[in-house]
Design a protein around this ligand. Structure first.
Ligand code: OOG
Ligand code: NI
Length: 460
């Protein structure tokens, strides 16, 4: 039926695919990484029939090959507010607040992503979206110059804006409009090799912080990486050099475990790319800029606030002992310390569950029997549980990713100043609480099981 709205899930899938195609053309190493990840995923599944079976049973297998996240950095509140409306058309909503100022990066961020269980299974595409903290640029003159450059740019095409307004007014987009929407919105994420500032201004922005130069100097917020999801990040990391890709020194996040928790990530360094700057006389001057890189990730179980507190404590303990050096010189010592400290985190699904550290999805096994509470149902073999995937990000890991592709000399101190109130005001909405979201999915699965068991018992 031609007059039916495309679902936001369909629009998001189409957009994610279009973005991936564009980035593969722009950054060929991303294509290489995708091949490597897909080979490793196939091998991992072949070697782990149980993992294969559970991913299949929970409808999670099909999403993995198509799964990825990207990242952009915006310059102004109005860009962030409009980006929220653009993502809403694709069923992506802001979840979580990440303050990166503590890590010496003058941005704060959220992740736009689908939120319901069904939508996540259809396509979990996410975009880590940062807003530049102009207020953290110390030099007031430069700050105002940067603001003026940003004020003068328009990162969305008129077509994209019109279609967002139409979707909001009508409650959705029909097929033709949805296709046009994908094409128009993609423009915002495209790379531009002609800067909108002079070489001199670029140099001054760069001196303030590399990230400031990256955000302010260009026409739009080019996608700076796209990250496929792997089922074995250690294997991908180890094989990267053979594929001509040099990974960063360490994998961010928790250590290798039997039961993966949260998120482990690694990246390859940003490429140095040719750009040109506009001179006073209107001519173009050759230069270069490093911004775009590649990343891979392995996702594990979403942790409860209690589990997350334990994770944060153990990561702090590790880093109090040893800080990973950017040049990789102490990488194996760091990995050893991480593994040793994380021995305190239970490494069995049922232990994690019993200790209330992680979120699970419960389902019927098909075995007949009676139970009125979930623990009895599990003990009787009527109900099984699978880990819920962590769909979000980790601030310490994100800071490590930012740092590795900004260059090792980019470390800079800012006074920590989380400002979620300001961020939400600029966004024009509040960010969703990730924990409430996982807890809701878990509870719904328990309620479904108990209701079904009750019905079966009543029918006997
Ligand atoms: C975003 C870095 C954070 C992640 O996966 O943690 C991120 C950026 O560099 O703009 O993408
Ligand atoms: Ni990333």
């Amino acid at each position: 039926m031609a007059d039916v709205f495309r679902s936001p899930d369909q629009i998001r899938s189409a957009f994610s695919a279009a973005m991936s195609d564009m980035y593969r053309t722009e950054v060929p190493a991303y294509g290489t990484l995708m091949e490597l990840v897909s080979t490793v995923n196939e091998e991992t599944l072949a070697a782990n029939p149980a993992l294969h079976e559970r991913l299949d049973a929970t409808d999670s297998l099909s999403r993995i090959t198509e799964e990825r996240h990207g990242a952009i950095r915006l310059g102004l509140p109005r860009e962030l507010a409009m980006m929220r409306r653009v993502f809403a058309v694709m069923g992506m909503f802001p979840v979580g607040y990440y303050d990166l100022s503590t890590a010496g990066v003058p941005v704060h961020s959220t992740a736009f992503r689908p939120v319901g269980d069904e939508s996540l299974k259809r396509n979990p595409f996410r975009v880590f979206t940062s807003l530049l903290r102009l207020d953290l640029i110390a030099d007031a003159g430069l700050r105002e110059e940067a603001r003026a450059v940003l004020e003068a740019r328009e990162i969305f095409t008129p077509g994209a804006v019109a279609l967002v307004e139409k979707a909001e007014r009508d409650g959705g987009l029909k097929a033709d409009d949805a296709d046009r929407f994908v094409t128009e919105v993609l423009e915002t994420f495209r790379w531009h090799d002609q800067a909108i500032v002079s070489a001199d201004m670029y140099k001054r922005l760069h001196a303030a912080h590399r990230l400031v130069a990256d955000v302010v100097s260009f026409k739009g917020p080019h996608i700076n990486h796209l990250t496929p999801r792997t089922l074995d990040i250690d294997l991908v990391q180890a094989r990267m050099p053979a594929y001509g890709i040099a990974p960063k020194a360490i994998v961010e996040g928790p250590p290798t475990r039997q039961c993966p928790i949260l998120l482990r990530q690694t990246s390859f360094k940003a490429l140095e790319e040719a750009v040109s700057f506009k001179a006073e006389d209107g001519s173009w001057q050759e230069g270069s800029h490093t911004a775009r890189f590649g990343e891979i990730e392995q996702r594990g179980i979403a942790l409860t606030p209690k589990g997350r507190a334990l994770y944060d404590r153990l990561l702090d303990q590790t880093r109090a002992r040893i800080v990973p050096a950017a040049d990789g010189s102490n990488a194996s010592a760091y990995e050893a310390a991480l593994a040793e400290v994380f021995a305190a985190f239970p490494d069995g699904w049922n232990e994690i569950r019993k200790a209330g550290l992680g979120y699970f999805s419960y389902s019927l096994t098909g075995k007949k029997g009676r139970a009125t509470d979930i623990e009895t149902a599990i003990a009787e073999g009527l109900v099984q549980f699978d880990p819920l995937v962590y769909e979000d990000f980790l601030p310490v890991s994100a800071a490590g990713i930012f740092q590795s592709n900004l260059g090792d000399d980019a470390t800079q101190e800012f006074t920590a100043s989380p400002n979620q109130v300001m961020f939400e005001r600029d966004l024009g909405a509040s960010v969703l609480d990730e924990f409430a979201h996982y807890a809701g999915i878990e509870k719904a699965s328990i309620d479904d099981c108990l209701m079904a068991l009750g019905r079966l018992a009543a029918a006997e």
